[in-house]
Design a protein around this ligand. Structure first.
Ligand SMILES: Cc1ncc(COP(=O)(O)O)c(C=O)c1O
Length: 464
């Protein structure tokens, strides 16, 4: 890669963002780490967004972006949807928070129950991280076992119990500050191999639950098969191990009832967030009544103190999140937003793959539902042995998650420079508000990005 070209791009990018640079200077004096989420780090300057509408958003310098981050996947109806905004306004006028339950809370739960196949009971929390945290507690309480089976590369939020094992190298610690003994509570294996699951569960009798992203790791960056999900359902049932679907991205996106509906596999427990709350903070654990009754109080002092799962949370089921969630779920239940988002994403994947084809780039575009991922092959041997781009297709987590960091950073910077923001790595999510015009413009940005990467030697062509 030419360092000069990278420096030129960084300088040009910064030159268009004088106000952003000022905000960044302030942020570095106040925000720990300079940003609010690890994925918001960006060289030379993070994004500072003022507003969004539909499939687009604008930064403090007036730069416009076609948005494929969409509130980290929360906004399947698009930015600033009128009906959601109005519902929030109406709810806020009634009082933003009571600390009591309220009618919107129940209505929201009823909708989840109606839409999600496994949702016999619903318990709201405030984020996806809280949802997986609570689901693991429930599973341990129900089975009386300690360990959790999880799969390499699958992300389940940032709490201590799931932070290891999602980023390569998978056997390294996920973060400083997590007590060493917590690793011992996890058994982490690659996904896709049912025999290995069976062998692992035969060997380890102390496993309470298996948890996974039913899209495959990182919302489908590493694809997974329906057969694996179905097989996992059968094996876990046979071993008395609870099956937990982390539907935090897939929920209300892959189908109204999530990946469990799409694949016709019913987990014991599932975790939701993001779309669930219509673009506001919120999460939920849902599941079979037999497990969810662990929250019940019976009036027996011994039971109520020692034989149930405790769970508090000031903002659980908050009125504003409920109001936005009700609008979102009512619309999603019709199937229309998902159909629209899926159709526009098919268009994106076709257009972007055509760009790779036109330039003979060693890579391909893929992704389920309203998501997309780009894989650029950088292994010289793989490229040499491939006579066409389709020969590069893989489900190997090491390859799909192992693209060089420098390539990904440069890809993201070029894309943003040309007016497109994606979600993480080389992937993004769409909404029902994205239009073909958005995709046509984004395709021009993608082509400029790919051509620059090729010219700088960061990606290769299939014929060398
Ligand atoms: C699959 C999955 N699980 C859990 C989480 C954590 O959710 P939150 O960021 O709301 O804590 C995320 C967040 O992106 C996710 O993608």
């Amino acid at each position: 890669m030419s360092q000069n070209k990278t420096n030129d791009l960084i300088a040009a990018y910064a030159a268009k963002r004088p106000e952003s640079l000022k905000w960044y200077a302030r942020a570095q004096e106040t925000l720990a780490g300079g940003v609010g989420h690890d994925l918001r780090h960006f060289v030379p300057v993070p994004l500072y967004i003022t507003h969004g509408r539909g499939g687009r958003k604008w930064d403090v310098d007036g730069n416009e972006y076609i948005d494929f981050l969409m509130g980290n996947g929360s906004l399947i109806l698009g930015h600033a949807d009128d009906e959601i905004t109005e519902a929030i306004r109406e709810a806020a006028a009634d009082g933003t928070h009571f600390g009591n339950d309220h009618p919107r809370h129940i209505e929201w739960a009823e909708l989840v129950q109606k839409i999600v196949p496994s949702a016999e009971r619903v318990r709201f929390v405030n984020s996806g991280t809280e949802a997986t945290h609570l689901a693991l507690r429930l599973a341990r309480a129900f089975t009386g076992r300690t360990k959790i089976l999880r799969f390499e590369g699958h992300f389940h939020g940032w709490h201590d119990g799931v932070i290891h094992g999602f980023q390569p190298p998978f056997d390294a610690d996920g973060s400083l500050g997590v007590p060493a003994h917590i690793r011992g509570d996890h058994v982490t294996i690659p996904d896709g191999n049912l025999d290995l699951v069976d062998i692992t569960l035969n060997k380890q009798s102390d496993i309470a639950a298996a948890i996974l992203e039913p899209s495959g790791a990182s919302w489908g960056r590493v694809p997974i098969s329906t057969e694996f999900l179905q097989g996992l359902r059968n094996i876990t049932r046979r071993h008395g191990v609870l099956l937990i679907f982390d539907e935090i991205v897939t929920g209300f996106r892959f189908a109204p009832g999530g990946a469990q509906q799409l694949h016709d596999v019913t987990p014991d427990l599932s975790c939701f967030a993001k779309i669930l709350a219509g673009g506001l903070p919120g999460g939920a654990v849902v599941g079979i009544a037999e497990v969810m009754k662990l929250f019940d109080l019976t009036g027996d002092p011994h039971h109520d103190r020692h034989q149930r799962v405790t769970h508090q949370g000031t903002f659980n089921g908050s009125p504003l999140s409920a109001a936005a969630g009700i609008v979102a779920l009512n619309r999603i239940a019709s199937g229309q937003p998902i159909e629209t988002a899926n159709a526009v994403t098919v268009y994106l994947r076709e257009q972007w793959d055509a760009v790779l084809e036109k330039h003979g780039i060693a890579g391909y575009v893929y992704g389920p539902s309203s998501t997309f991922h780009i894989y650029f092959e950088t292994d010289v041997e793989q490229i040499k042995n491939a006579s066409r781009r389709s020969d590069l297709h893989t489900t190997d987590a090491g390859r799909l998650k192992g693209m060089p960091g420098s390539l990904i950073q440069h890809y993201q910077r070029l894309l943003r420079h040309h007016g497109v923001d994606n979600m993480s790595s080389t992937g993004g999510v769409l909404s029902a508000a994205h239009t073909h015009e958005d995709i046509d413009e984004a395709t021009v940005a993608f082509e400029k990005t790919v051509v620059a990467l090729r010219d700088e030697g960061l990606i290769a062509t299939i014929d060398g």
